[in-house]
Design a protein around this ligand. Structure first.
Ligand SMILES: [Zn+2]
Length: 339
């Protein structure tokens, strides 16, 4: 018998404490069409309805073996509450931001007093409570959300955000601060509702969009503020090849850094990070988990553990058309490694 529960094992692994085996879960989105059909909780309805949101999240723990329950399935809940317009997507396409509240100036920009009552935030908080009720205290719940840099970019529009980063540093810093403050409030509301881990996906912080110098000069302090003010273990997910900024990411105060297969070498990334953070990932969502086959997923999963990954997980959000069988194979990879 293990001395660990799923929750204590994941938290210990993320803190860098000794564990009996590497946990396997997804810190990025978990909604897949196959499970939507099995449990009757399709997108886009399950982005809005707390019961359906909880049902779909639970399915990709109970039916796949992933060792955490994660909600919600998009990066638009907070920014919608902050004034962005959202297209809710389809059964196999995630919601996206279609309108931005502050593309020209931040003159009337503020965090709404009733932020936590706006948009789909109440549904996410309710879903977390429903999940806790269903799984009990020993299964970890991961609250997912857009990271502060992505929130800032959504408030201003990517175009203005990039322009301000070069030509209007005061506006750039102001929107980053506003976004960080709002992100902390929302994250702590999820923790209050029962989330054990907050996992932020911050694609706009990727070296694909922002230079490593900007990351160091402007983004790092906001991410540090976020991780220090959120009352739980935190994970930072940044898409793409993050090798140019992974050293800076490790100084942001997050227990876990979630990365894609694009970093190439897990061992080298672990060397750079040292004991500042733990590495989560990095099995390719589009190129391994989606197409399979199962054998490849198992081989890559076992290799990632051999290379020192601290939490075995998809490298980015699970593609909605991914077969359940392939998600199960990720769990099998971990089990076979220790068999
Ligand atoms: Zn990603």
């Amino acid at each position: 018998m293990s001395e660990f529960t799923l929750k204590t094992r994941l938290l210990a692994a993320l803190k860098g404490e000794e564990v009996d085996k590497v946990p396997v879960c997804s810190v990025t989105q978990t909604g897949i069409v196959e499970l939507m059909d099995v449990v009757g909780a399709p997108w886009p309805e399950s982005h809005t309805d707390a019961e359906l949101m909880a049902k779909l999240a639970l399915a990709n723990h109970e039916l796949s073996g992933l060792e955490a329950v994660r909600v919600p399935y998009c990066l638009t809940v907070l920014v919608e509450a902050m004034g962005c317009e959202i297209n809710m997507g389809t059964k196999n396409r995630q919601p996206s931001v279609t309108g931005h509240p502050y593309p020209k100036s931040l003159d009337d920009a503020a965090i709404p007093e009733d932020l936590l009552q706006r948009g789909r935030i109440p549904a996410v908080l309710e879903a977390i409570k429903i999940i806790r009720e269903k799984v009990g205290p020993d299964v970890p719940i991961i609250g997912g959300m857009e990271g502060p840099i992505t929130v800032a970019s959504d408030l201003a529009s990517v175009k203005s955000f990039m322009k301000w980063s070069i030509k209007k540093p005061e506006l750039f810093e102001q929107v980053l601060d506003l976004a960080t403050e709002a992100s902390v409030i929302y994250a702590n509301a999820m923790v209050e509702a029962g989330a054990d881990v907050i996992s932020v996906a911050d694609p706009v912080a990727s070296p694909d969009l922002m230079s490593p110098d900007s990351f160091k000069q402007y983004l790092q302090s906001r991410l540090q503020k976020f991780s220090s003010e959120v009352n739980s273990v935190t994970i930072l997910h940044i898409c793409g090849n993050v090798n140019p900024v992974i050293d800076y990411m490790a100084d942001c105060g997050f227990e876990g850094l979630s990365v894609e297969e694009k970093i190439g070498d897990v061992k080298k990334a672990k060397e750079v990070i040292g004991d500042r953070a733990r590495l989560v990932g990095n099995i390719s969502s589009p190129f391994t988990l989606l197409p399979g086959p199962v054998d490849k997923i198992i081989t890559e999963g076992k290799q990632a553990i051999a290379d020192g990954i601290d939490v075995l997980a998809p490298g980015c959000g699970i593609a909605p058309m991914t077969p359940l069988e392939n998600v199960k194979a990720l769990v099998a990879a971990r089990n076979e490694y220790y068999a």
